[in-house]
Design a binder for this molecule. Structure first.
Ligand code: OGA
Ligand code: MN
Length: 277
């Protein structure tokens, strides 16, 4: 395939044009896209025409699928989730959108094996607003002094789904979720398994610091998150229908900017990551 890759900001993200994700990628295409992905952390493939099976097939070209305990029970197609703010009658209803997505997070960071890449495909999006925001956790880490970086390297952070649900006010975690996802300690600073770069691994699922006074650890996490999501580390994606956004949960935080008032429907797939180190 001949395609072009163009940075969308200084901080992160690139736009890819000329790729049809319904078609297979050869080794050279995949290598070029992977290099851009490692460098830019978010790839926006424009003008895609993907139904759910095609999105699933496209995702599997980049890695093995990550599954949810709640939803991997049906047929294969249910492995593609819908992110939507529509009510049962198909009308936009802001409160129908997930509250947890409004908090900075890294997908499934509360698992022992968190997600690798998330693929979000825009089916119906508002012309204005309803953006998704991303923050570069590698740049944020590098911006601290050498002393503080060294101190952070020795710390472990506990990620906890039950607590995350309480913090966002989304809902209570179900008993099944609570038993499948007990709190897990990850390195506060994780090394990217492919690029080797260090990045904070924090966000709403992060609860406190292992072995540190609880409140002190919570305050430290708040400080790091505030630092890391400052404007200079952030990029916002204004969606266009047909965009397939692929982002790297190993070195980014993301969140929904707001609960859009107009219809917003996206299809979501995720690839499985590896244990952070
Ligand atoms: C997600 C997510 C944010 C958004 O799908 O994982 O966080 O803007 N989405 O919809
Ligand atoms: Mn998310």
């Amino acid at each position: 395939m001949t395609f072009s890759i163009r940075p969308l900001s200084d901080v992160l993200a690139a736009e890819v044009r000329g790729v049809d994700l319904r078609e297979p990628l050869d080794d050279a295409d995949r290598a070029a896209l992977n290099e851009a992905f490692l460098d830019r952390h978010v790839l926006c493939f424009r003008d895609q025409e993907l139904d759910k099976p095609a999105q699933l097939a496209a995702t599997l070209r980049f890695g093995p699928l990550d599954v949810h305990i709640q939803r991997n029970k049906g047929d294969e197609i249910s492995l593609v989730h819908t992110v939507s703010n529509l009510d049962a009658d198909g009308n936009p209803k802001p409160e129908a959108a997930a509250k947890g997505n409004l908090r900075w997070h890294s997908d499934k960071s509360y698992r022992t094996v968190p997600s690798c890449a998330t693929f979000l495909y825009a089916v119906k999006v508002p012309a204005q607003g309803g953006r998704t925001e991303f923050a570069n956790m590698n740049r944020a880490f590098e911006a601290y002094s050498a002393e503080r970086r060294e101190a952070f390297r020795g710390m472990k952070v506990v990620h906890d789904w039950v607590r995350s649900c309480r913090k966002s006010g989304e809902r209570e975690a179900s008993p099944e979720e609570a038993s499948v996802y007990p709190p897990v300690a990850h390195p506060l600073v994780r090394r990217h398994p492919e690029s080797g770069r260090e990045a904070f691994f924090i966000g709403n699922h992060a609860s406190h610091i292992s072995g540190m006074d609880r409140e002190e650890g919570e305050a430290l996490l708040e400080e790091i998150e505030a630092h890391s999501t400052a404007e200079r580390f952030v990029w916002r994606h204004q969606w266009r229908e047909g965009d397939l956004l692929m982002w790297d949960n190993r070195c980014l935080l993301h969140r929904a900017e707001e609960r859009a008032r107009e219809a917003r429907v996206l299809h979501r797939t995720v690839t499985r990551g590896t244990s952070p180190f």
